[in-house]
Design a protein around this ligand. Structure first.
Ligand code: GCU
Length: 343
């Protein structure tokens, strides 16, 4: 309720600003650039967007003012994508997982066990020949991806059941992101998928509507899930990037010189987020272990991977246009095979 109220107030403020002030403050003729995301202000993504805000201020402060709205202040990721589509806001961060409803091309990065290692994942995401056909595939839908953000490796965690093998997921209700692939993945693994928005997960865990969820380590600390869930199991099922998307009309309407600066800013977001991410994962794991008393489990990942593998073929059959991208990813997988695993 409180959250709904907050969102309505913010939206009302924004509508008034658009009605009475255009998108810019008349006196100063400064264009306000709004960016929404669903993480806290401690999160690497927020820090990276603040670096972007500072960069634009330094380079183009007379013409633009970037405002960053964290913590679902502008609604859930699904809401924010819609606001970005229509131009009510200019940018938002969305998980790749929810973008496959806007373009089937995004399905590829939702596949479980797609990448052999973190190195392979990073090289793929940095390779524009791989990402451009995906990032540009939503142009007709009104938005384009401008860069990607690391969201680590997704693993299962539960209130009180250690997950050592897929059999342990049987009968458990696990929250997944709202993507058909995640629902299929849970079916293959034997658990019961409960799709819901990120902001609802903590209460659902606490009130035992679900038995667990799956995410990176930061969900334990930054979102408090480790206060309720005491088992985190490194089955390593997905590396799903977050994507910074922007409204097409805004991006295309930028004068060339400004566009070049914005593009430098997007690269800065990627760089800062990546550096902050590596530090945050380490800190989160330590905090979860020492302060929240979460038990970390290191199961054999092979049975999980074997169970999920049919999904690869299925998706490629349904969407053959993804085959070239899939093959390019396999080349990186060969070059950067899995190393020692998680410590
Ligand atoms: C991660 C990811 C978010 C996503 C969330 C989720 O935190 O960075 O973009 O919304 O997982 O599970 O929904």
């Amino acid at each position: 309720m409180k959250h709904c109220k907050k969102v309505s107030i913010l939206l009302a403020v924004m509508i008034l600003a658009v009605l009475f002030g255009g998108c810019s403050s008349k006196e100063e003729n400064i264009r306000i650039v709004r960016i929404g995301h669903n993480q806290s202000m401690n999160h690497p993504t927020h820090k990276a967007l603040v670096a972007f805000q500072d960069y634009i201020h330094e380079k183009l402060g007379d013409s633009y003012k970037v405002e960053v709205y964290p913590s679902e202040l502008l609604g859930s990721q699904n809401n924010m994508v819609q606001l970005t589509q229509t131009g009510a806001i200019d940018f938002c961060v969305a998980s790749n997982a929810i973008l496959d409803t806007f373009s089937k091309n995004y399905e590829i990065f939702n596949l479980p066990y797609l990448f052999s290692s973190e190195e392979s994942y990073h090289h793929v995401m940095d390779d524009k020949t791989v990402t451009d056909p995906i990032f540009e595939s939503t142009k007709k839908a009104g938005f384009t991806a401008v860069t990607w953000l690391d969201a680590g490796t997704r693993n299962f965690y539960t209130v009180d059941t250690p997950i050592e093998s897929p059999e342990d997921l049987k009968g458990l209700k696990i929250r997944v992101q709202q993507s058909p692939i995640n629902i299929q993945m849970m079916q293959l693994l034997g658990g019961s998928a409960t799709p819901m928005g990120f902001g609802e997960v903590y209460t659902a865990l606490q009130s035992k509507i679900i038995d667990g969820a799956e995410n990176n380590e930061l969900a334990l600390t930054d979102n408090g899930h480790g206060d309720v869930c005491k088992y985190y199991s490194y089955d390593m099922h997905q590396m799903v990037p977050d994507i910074l998307i922007g409204n097409n009309a805004f991006i295309e309407g930028l004068p060339e010189e400004d566009k070049a600066i914005f593009e430098e800013g997007f690269q800065l977001v990627n760089q800062v987020q990546r550096e902050e991410w590596a530090k945050s994962v380490k800190e989160s794991k330590e905090k979860a272990e020492k302060e929240q008393h979460v038990n970390f489990i290191y199961p054999d990942t092979k049975p999980f991977e074997e169970a999920c593998k049919p999904l690869h073929e299925e998706i490629l059959k349904e969407n053959p246009a993804l085959q070239d991208i899939y093959d390019a990813i396999q080349k990186y997988n060969e070059e950067y095979p899995s190393v020692a695993g998680v410590e």
